[in-house]
Design a protein around this ligand. Structure first.
Ligand SMILES: Cc1ncc(COP(=O)(O)O)c(C=O)c1O
Length: 361
C-alpha cells in the first residue's frame, strides 16, 4: 500500500509547483487597492486579452468574484436564474441574499446546464408585485452537475435568449479552462456574449489562491466597489498574481492529462460490482459515482478508502465525487481505483455479516 495520501476530494488540493513558487518569490509588488501592484495590473491585462473583455478585477476567491458579479449586475429585490446544482446558489453561504438582497430562481436543467426550454417563461412580468428578473448564471464546467462542459452553441443560444429578454449573463468559470480543453473552444469564444465571467486560479490551474472577474468597464467599476465593500480589497497581491500568470502560461494545456486520468478512473469504477457510474457524463476532471447500499454508504466507503490513503468526498448518502488534478499521477489513480474495488468488496462482506446477524434473530 502506498504511504502517500492521494487526495481526490477536490482540485483545490493542489500545492504550488517549484516553478510557481519561484514566480511568487520574484514577483514585483505594490498596493493593489491603489491600482499600484504591477503584477496584478499585468495579470488583469492578460485576462482581459484572453477573454476579450474591457476590464478585470483580481480577487481572493471564486466565491468573491461571483458575489461581486451579482452585486454589480443586480439591485436589491432582483432575482437571478440558475441551475439547481449551481455553486452560487448552493455553496456560497447564501451570499446573494445576505450581501446583495438578491434571490435565486432555481431551475432544472440536465447536468447543471440550462437550455431555452428550461428558461422560457421564467422572466417575471414587469409589475409592482414581482421581483425583477435580472440575470442568468451559467456554470462551466458544472461542478455538481457532474463536471459537464457547455457546448458552445448552447451557451450562445442561452445568452442570445437572455439578452432578448433584457437579462444579463454571468459565467461562473471556476473551471472554464477545463471546459475549453474538453470542448476545444477558446475561453474568449465561450464568453463572447457573457456580460461577466469569473475564473479560478486555485483549482485545476494549481495556484494557492486567486480568482478574476472580467466584463465591461462600467460593470467592473461597480464590482471593484463591491470588492471593497465585501472586505476583499487587496494590497501586495502581486505575489499571488504572479502565481496566476505562471499558471496561465504553464498549466492550461496539461489539463488534458487530468481529464484522461478522470476518464481512466471512471472506466475502472464502471467495472466494479456495486458501483454505478454514468461514463457519458465524464467530460472533464470530475467523476461522480454511487455505491449500492448493499455495499455500504458513501461515508463508509470514504472511511475505508482513507485507511488506504485515498481521499474522496461523499456527496449524499450513496454519491461520491473524485477530482483529478495536477498533484495526482496515473499511477496514483490506478491505486485509487484498486482501493475502491477492495473497499467495495470489504463493504459487501460487512453488510453480508450484518444481514446474517440480523437474520439470526
Ligand atoms: C463552480 C464553482 N464556482 C465557484 C467556486 C468558488 O471558488 P472558491 O472556493 O475559490 O470560493 C467553486 C469552488 O469549488 C466552484 O466549484
Amino acid at each position: 500500500m502506498t504511504s502517500e495520501i492521494i487526495d481526490l476530494r477536490s482540485d483545490t488540493a493542489t500545492k504550488p509547483t517549484a516553478g510557481m513558487r519561484r514566480a511568487i518569490f520574484e514577483a514585483e509588488v505594490g498596493d493593489d487597492s491603489l491600482g499600484e501592484d504591477p503584477t496584478v495590473n499585468h495579470l488583469e491585462e492578460i485576462v482581459c486579452e484572453l477573454l476579450g473583455k474591457e476590464a478585470a478585477v483580481f480577487n481572493c476567491s471564486g466565491t468573491q468574484s461571483n458575489q461581486m458579479a451579482i452585486r454589480a449586475h443586480c439591485d436589491q429585490g432582483d432575482e437571478f436564474l440558475i441551475n439547481e446544482t449551481g455553486h452560487i446558489v448552493n455553496y456560497e453561504a447564501g451570499g446573494a441574499a445576505a450581501l446583495s438582497g438578491v434571490s435565486a430562481r432555481i431551475l432544472r436543467g440536465e447536468g447543471g446546464l440550462l437550455d431555452i426550454a428550461d428558461l422560457e417563461g421564467t422572466v417575471r412580468p414587469k409589475k409592482m408585485n414581482y421581483c425583477v428578473t435580472r440575470l442568468v448564471c451559467v456554470e462551466n464546467t458544472t461542478n455538481h452537475g457532474g463536471g459537464r462542459a457547455w457546448p458552445l452553441e448552447q451557451m450562445n443560444r442561452v445568452a442570445t435568449w437572455a439578452h432578448q429578454e433584457g437579462l444579463k449573463v454571468h459565467v461562473d468559470g471556476a473551471r472554464l479552462f477545463n471546459a475549453c480543453v474538453a470542448k476545444n473552444y477558446s475561453a474568449r469564444e465561450f464568453v463572447a456574449q457573457a456580460d461577466s465571467v469569473s475564473l479560478c486560479f486555485s483549482k485545476g490551474l494549481g495556484c494557492p489562491m486567486g480568482s478574476m472577474l472580467a466584463g465591461d468597464a462600467a460593470t467592473m467599476h461597480r464590482a471593484r466597489r463591491a470588492r471593497k465593500l465585501f472586505g476583499g480589497a487587496l494590497r501586495q497581491a502581486g505575489m499571488m498574481a504572479a502565481a496566476a500568470i505562471y499558471a496561465l502560461e504553464h498549466h492550461i494545456s496539461r489539463l488534458t492529462e487530468d481529464h484522461n486520468n478522470a476518464r481512466f478512473f471512471a472506466e475502472q469504477l464502471a467495472g466494479i460490482q456495486g458501483i454505478t457510474i454514468d461514463l457519458e457524463i465524464v467530460e472533464s476532471n470530475i467523476v461522480f459515482f454511487e455505491i449500492d447500499p448493499k455495499y455500504g454508504s458513501s461515508s463508509q466507503l470514504c472511511e475505508q478508502l482513507m485507511a488506504r490513503n485515498v481521499k474522496v468526498g461523499p456527496f449524499g448518502p450513496q454519491r461520491l465525487r473524485a477530482c483529478t488534478h495536477l498533484d495526482v499521477t496515473r499511477e496514483q489513480i490506478q491505486h485509487a481505483a484498486m482501493a475502491v474495488r477492495e473497499c467495495v468488496k470489504e463493504g459487501s462482506a460487512q453488510t453480508g455479516r450484518v444481514a446474517q446477524f440480523a437474520g439470526s434473530y
